[in-house]
Design a protein around this ligand. Structure first.
Ligand SMILES: [Zn+2]
Length: 341
């Protein structure tokens, strides 16, 4: 058996190969002469394969293949495709190639795992950012549910699932005209809806958004713990385990991306005109609560009277903008017929 499990030699130039003890270029060898693998080669220029075919060397040009030791002590080369085409899967060479390749992959993955543990500070920073963002979101969401009300919170969750973030109100305009024949006043009322704004950052109300983040955090934590255990004692871990942990460490990039998306959503929600929340439901009390929340966010006095005054001013502006007399119950929009304050 070769000792390449601990020493994976990879040759990148022909000069390196030529400096191997006992290397003789372009001298054909027979299949039965094979003894062991010294290493593999990946070259920018091709080299001629030395496997004996019929009466001369194969001489096929390869960039990739194996440097091998023969039973007589000589070192020579064989192209990868020639080794595959001319040796059966059960031959020692093919078995050694599989072992070499597996050991090489194991070595690469181990290096990746080792460099990850050396940079564990980066992992902790990303995990901390995620944890902080999640807590900030949980506070915002629970404040909305507790201080404003469950209907508004429900409506925001609905927005997260339907992705329809328009805030609509229903308006009406009444025209009074004199009927020339009957000499009587006639009223004609037109009703219409208007979109008064959009709620941004509503994804923070999406429960699946939270669980995605939590799952990602857990996965990254676990992979980091496993990576440290592997670095401490690599020999006790199988190739498959090493491979799966090195793959799991990729969660770092995923969590980084999630963090970025999350902070964008949170920022977007915080920069909303929170007065719009007053028009998500027909609940009179939640309407005032939302206006109070808006005033609080702006650092202003946030009593009930201030909230009512703010809503009156806001609605006067809307009526003027749309040339309407009234803001009417929103049953047509929200499917409820409760009176709208
Ligand atoms: Zn060949």
């Amino acid at each position: 058996m070769t000792n390449f499990q601990t020493d994976i030699r990879e040759y990148k130039s022909i000069t390196e190969i030529e400096s191997i003890d006992g290397f003789i270029p372009n001298e054909p060898f027979e299949k039965s002469e094979y003894e062991s693998i010294i290493g593999d080669y990946h070259l920018t220029h091709t080299v001629k394969c030395c496997l004996l075919k019929v009466n001369s060397a194969c001489a096929k040009e390869h960039n990739y293949g194996f440097v091998i030791r023969l039973k007589n002590g000589r070192a020579t080369i064989i192209g990868n495709s020639c080794a595959n085409a001319n040796f059966d899967a059960a031959t020692t060479l093919q078995k050694d190639m599989r072992t070499f390749n597996a050991a090489k992959i194991r070595k690469q993955k181990l290096e990746l795992i080792r460099s990850s543990t050396l940079a564990e500070g980066e992992f902790y920073k990303i995990l901390e950012t995620a944890d902080l963002a999640l807590r900030k979101i949980q506070i915002t969401v629970s404040t909305i549910s507790r201080d404003i009300g469950s209907e508004t919170a429900r409506k925001l969750r609905e927005m997260a699932s339907t992705q329809n973030n328009a805030v609509q109100i229903s308006l009406s305009k009444t025209k009074i005209s004199l009927n020339k024949e009957t000499k009587k006043e006639e009223k004609e009322t037109t009703k219409f809806n208007a979109t008064i704004g959009h709620i941004s950052g509503y994804q923070i109300f999406n429960p699946s958004y939270w669980s995605t983040l939590q799952t990602s955090m857990k996965k990254l934590q676990e992979s980091l713990i496993a990576a440290k255990a592997i670095v401490e004692n690599p020999e006790s871990f199988s190739n498959a385990k090493i491979s799966s942990i090195s793959l799991k460490l990729n969660e770092k990039a995923n969590l980084e991306q999630l963090n970025h998306k999350l902070s964008e959503e949170l920022q977007a929600f915080e920069s909303n005109n929170h007065l719009l929340l007053s028009y998500l439901t027909e609940s009179k009390s939640e309407k005032i609560n939302s206006a109070q929340y808006h005033l609080k966010q702006e650092g202003k006095l946030s009593g009930k009277n201030q909230a009512k005054h703010l809503l009156e001013t806001f609605e006067a502006e809307i009526k003027a903008k749309y040339n309407a007399d009234r803001i009417t119950p929103m049953s047509s929009i929200y499917g409820k017929s409760k009176a709208f304050g």
